[in-house]
Design a protein around this ligand. Structure first.
Ligand code: NAD
Length: 427
């Protein structure tokens, strides 16, 4: 990939855009038709993937431009139904591309498996017995998946957590921490915790109930930090300083007020999820993890922070990231396979870092709009096509109806129906 700068990409035809991505990622003709027509994915695939399949469900797939991560340009595929996500991500990525661009990092891919223990005897004595046997239980867990250990991963330690006074009596919750390498890890973890559960019952003389991974993957974090020269934030009548100040004020509101934090984080997750869906990831797992992490100190807070460092606006997002490049549908879904090729076949860590960078860019775009003109100006003008389609505009009438709506800035179905009537009447 030489550059992700694609000026005027949004004005090109789909054929031209496909040609650009085909050249950039050296896609075969089959891979291009996987993108254009979802070729290679039909009801039979769906039937093999889920129960009770009756069809497939298409979503738009787009490319976010301008992303630069750790000094390298990158095209970021996103699958999303909401208008303006791709435009917003591309615009913000353009602001964040100075120098090395967005700088990312991640921790080791440690996921947590939980084992719930009930009806044991004396709590401190049970705890001591479990701690004495912790190493052996870790070895037993690793015996289930020796290949994972050969790859440098595997179960690393077992922790005991106490809930002495619950509605169902004293409870112990064991945490098995596992390095899952390049997998998302749910099946790896679930198999391990299920396999050691009988031994946990033997040690505790208690009763094991739940054996399942935790989606609060707070040992598997990704971080993305982006910088924008403040002078580049100037727009319309707003100076760069005013926009930067507005962004910082928005960030602080999301930190102090959970009602705002929920919406602030939803804006960031627009970028994270749209990328994760395109990359074939379990985005519900990541969503669950991110929101739980946002509430880790007892109050739901913002996942990102924006501040001013001299003449630069600096933003950081830190989120738990349970993603994989093996397992799940990563190798079996034809569009997902092409998406991974466009991304240069990333490791799980890099995939997670791209997700975080997408979230950071989307978050910047949203709060920059909110801190200046408000969100509706850009969003409704993008949404105008949907309104025109709902009013019954045919493909060749769409742009004219949209132009009428933009002129009056009244994005309603009544206005669209009126515009369509006028166009059809030759007005
Ligand atoms: P998986 O079940 O396909 O397991 C990954 C397999 O790949 C393992 O057997 C592993 O040994 C092997 N492998 C090969 N190369 C590897 C490498 N380099 N690194 C790591 N493993 C390698 O996938 P998974 O990631 O364990 O499970 C993911 C699936 O589980 C997703 O489809 C997810 O939706 C689902 N799931 C999620 C939840 C949840 O989030 N609560 C619960 C259950 C299932």
């Amino acid at each position: 990939m030489t550059t992700s700068r694609l000026p005027g990409f949004y004005r090109r035809t789909i054929a031209e855009r496909l040609d650009t991505v085909q050249k950039a990622a050296q896609l075969t003709t089959e891979e291009v038709s996987a993108l254009r027509d979802a070729a290679g994915f039909d009801c039979d695939n769906a039937d093999r993937m889920v129960e009770n399949a009756i069809g497939v469900f298409p979503l738009p797939l787009g490319l976010a431009a301008n992303f630069r991560l750790n000094g390298e340009d990158l095209l970021v595929p996103m699958a999303v139904e909401e208008p303006s996500v791709l435009a917003a991500a591309s615009n913000a990525a353009n602001l964040l591309r100075e120098g090395p661009g967005i700088v990312t990092s991640s921790t080791e891919p440690i996921m947590i498996g939980q084992i719930q223990v009930l009806d044991f005897g004396d709590l401190p004595a049970t705890r001591r017995r479990l701690e004495a046997e912790a190493e052996r239980l870790v070895e037993m867990a690793n015996a289930v998946n020796p290949r994972l250990v050969e790859r440098g991963g595997g179960a690393q330690r077992l922790l005991v957590r106490e809930f002495p006074d619950t509605a169902v009596g004293p409870m112990l919750v064991l945490h098995l921490e596992v390095n899952v390498c390049d997998a998302m890890g749910a099946n790896i973890i679930n198999t391990m915790v299920e396999s050691i559960a009988p031994e946990v019952e033997a040690i505790t003389l208690g009763r094991v109930r739940l054996r399942i991974l935790s989606n609060l993957a707070d040992k598997r974090l990704v971080r993305a930090q982006g910088r924008v020269p403040i002078e580049r934030l100037a727009r319309g009548d707003w100076t760069g300083d005013e926009v930067a100040q507005g962004i910082v004020e928005a960030s602080v509101m999301a930190d102090v007020d959970p009602y705002r934090a929920a919406t602030h984080n939803k804006g960031a997750m627009n970028g994270v999820d749209a990328f994760l869906v395109a990359a074939g990831q379990d985005w519900r797992a990541v969503e669950a993890g991110c929101h739980a992490y946002a509430a880790r100190d007892g109050r739901y807070r913002s996942l990102s922070r924006w501040g001013i460092d001299g003449d630069t606006l600096v933003g950081t997002i830190e989120i738990p990231m349970q993603v994989g490049v093996v397992g799940g549908i990563t190798k079996t879904h034809p569009v997902v396979r092409v998406v991974h090729k466009i991304l240069g076949f990333p490791s799980a860590a890099r995939l997670g870092e791209i997700a975080a960078a997408s979230g950071l860019a989307q978050n910047l775009a949203a709060i920059m709009a909110l801190a200046t003109d408000g969100i509706q100006k850009g969003h409704m003008s993008m949404h105008a096509r949907n309104i025109a389609m709902e009013a019954g505009a045919a493909t060749d009438e769409l742009e004219r109806v949209v132009a009428e709506l933009r002129k009056t800035r009244t994005y309603t179905s009544t206005e669209a129906a009126g515009a369509l009537k006028r166009i059809r009447g030759g007005a």
